[in-house]
Design a protein around this ligand. Structure first.
Ligand code: PGA
Length: 234
């Protein structure tokens, strides 16, 4: 694992931007894996303000809530429209189909999307419990796209985006751990002291499904981009 530590989240986002811009300039980025949440917002602002052109690039998102329409302001589809796609259209953009309640069909369809569009670079955040995507502790490393019931801590962490905690969906579709590991390159960003224990366990702890992000120790091309606070327990 390569670790880049910047003083602030803004400076760390610039590091992530520079890596993506470099891959774009070398025509090495055909499929970009994207994440939602607060962490990548600074990166997306930099991408929006840049001259980079993604109209020949395909995007695939990590996850989507079950039961929300793409037009629902709480859906991850909508989040990506607002934070990136309106300013920077992609050739095509894929999400697991949150409107389809048939989990097996959604998983099969999204696994086919991922097989047809192998990810060159996956942008990733990390949960305080070490989750990646919505792969909560205990998720098998062999998992592909699947439906998850969110843990109370993840529901609580996501409640800040909703008017009321009971509006947070209880389930999501997510790329699995094996799906994430299939990306040629992973950029995991983490900011703030609340992420420091998860970063320590992911980097220094044993590789275990109890800390999903620890699997990245086995990936050949991972860069962690941290601010000083998230790196404070390394
Ligand atoms: P955050 O979420 O970027 O909003 O902290 C990251 C995650 O839970 O994966």
């Amino acid at each position: 694992m390569k670790i880049i530590t910047a003083e602030t989240a803004a400076a760390a986002s610039k590091e992530a931007f520079n890596i993506i811009a470099d891959r774009m300039q070398h025509h090495q980025l055909h499929v970009l894996g994207l994440a939602t949440g607060s962490t990548p917002c600074g990166l997306y602002r930099l991408l929006c303000a840049s001259r980079l052109d993604f109209r020949q690039v395909t995007s695939v998102n990590l996850d989507e809530y079950v039961g929300l329409q793409p037009t629902d302001p709480q859906s991850y589809h909508y989040f990506m429209q607002v934070h990136l796609f309106r300013a920077k259209p992609f050739k095509e953009s894929f999400f697991p189909d949150g409107t389809n309640l048939d989990a097996a069909a959604v998983a099969k369809e999204y696994d086919q999307v991922l097989a047809a569009h192998p990810v060159d670079l996956q942008v990733l955040g990390i949960g305080q419990n070490g989750h990646i995507g919505f792969n909560e502790p205990g998720t098998p490393f062999t998992s592909r796209t699947h439906r998850v019931v969110l843990t109370p801590s993840t529901i609580a962490a996501n409640a800040r985006f909703f008017a009321r905690p009971d509006e947070v969906p209880r389930a999501a579709y997510t790329m699995g751990i094996a799906s994430i590991m299939a990306a040629k390159q992973v950029l995991l960003m983490a900011f703030g002291a609340q992420k420091a224990p998860a970063i320590r366990q992911a980097v220094k702890g044993p590789v275990t499904p109890a800390v999903p992000a620890s699997v990245l120790q086995r990936h050949p091309n991972v860069t962690l981009i941290l601010d000083r606070a998230a790196a404070s327990q390394l």
